[in-house]
Design a protein around this ligand. Structure first.
Ligand SMILES: *[C@@H]1O[C@H](CO)[C@@H](O)[C@H](O)[C@H]1NC(C)=O
Ligand SMILES: *[C@@H]1O[C@H](CO)[C@@H](O)[C@H](O)[C@H]1NC(C)=O
Length: 250
């Protein structure tokens, strides 16, 4: 009896331990995904994050609109690995996507670009997978990687020199969410908060005279930190221009 109880207990311990290990190694969440332009998706025509053309072409156009994961725009720029689960149709590796948009579907977390959706399938099952429209998937947040690229600050096209400044941060590597952006006001020696205009576009009326220094608050495991981008934007800035910060998040 004592022995049986003991071995039962050990077995239980082993099982609990194994499932814990598996959980941490695996870490995938079950959900559903569809694709851009499918009858099941409701997506705004322009990327809601505010990345513009960058948002359509980054990561070889393997991009996604998300619903719950959008988090009012702080989910913009996050990277996920998404795999579908239909035996004999789905590739083992799935696809790595960057969030550039908001999008809702039929109980989906992801509206994938057609490029991204195609990569869920093994090579000769692409058309068959498209015929499903919506598929069960599992996904995991992964670090974004942009080898050879620093963080860039883009001045959104709505900016109007010198009275209105709207910025978007591009090439956000690692597993960070941008949760606030400030600009340094030299004359009063203080940080000024920028407003989340929409998506991940941060704006300000009557901006300081340049060159402009920014700081972005990014969420990291267990907290947040500020990342400074010093004298990134020149005094005579132009709407639509992209400026190199010379730094990267990871
Ligand atoms: C969407 O993009 C098109 C073409 O780039 C533009 O004409 C239109 O105004 C944009 N719509 C919004 C809501 O930004
Ligand atoms: C969500 O974003 C909008 C702009 O897109 C902003 O006006 C609003 O304050 C944000 N809400 C929260 C809770 O951050």
């Amino acid at each position: 009896m004592g022995f049986a109880a003991k071995s039962y207990c050990s077995l239980l311990c082993v099982l609990v331990l194994l499932s814990t290990i598996c959980y941490f190694q695996d870490g995938y969440v079950s959900s559903r995904a569809t694709y851009d332009g499918s009858p099941d998706c409701f997506q705004t025509p322009n990327g809601t994050c505010g990345y513009g053309e960058f948002g359509r072409t980054i990561n070889n156009a393997k991009v996604a609109g998300v619903s719950r994961l959008y988090k009012n725009g702080s989910g913009c720029g996050a990277c996920y690995r998404v795999k579908c689960k239909i035996p004999k149709l789905c590739s083992d590796n799935g696809v790595k996507v960057v969030v550039t948009d908001y999008g809702e579907g039929d109980k989906t977390d992801f509206i994938l670009s057609t490029h991204a959706y195609a990569r869920l399938a093994i090579p000769n099952a692409v058309l068959e997978l498209f015929s499903y429209g919506v598929v069960d998937v599992e996904y995991q947040r992964i670090p974004c990687r942009y080898p050879g690229y620093n963080l860039m600050v883009k001045l959104h096209e709505h900016s109007k020199f010198p009275v209105y400044l709207a910025v978007v941060v591009l090439y956000q590597a690692g597993v960070y969410d941008i949760t606030a952006v400030n600009v340094w006001q030299v004359d009063s020696q203080q940080w000024r908060c920028m407003r989340r205009a929409f998506g991940t576009v941060w704006d300000l009326f009557d901006p300081p005279l340049g060159p402009l220094t920014f700081r972005a608050q990014v969420s990291v495991k267990g907290g947040t930190k500020w990342v400074q981008m010093i004298n990134v934007v020149p005094s005579k800035w132009k709407a639509g221009a992209v400026y190199d910060t010379t730094i990267q998040l990871s």
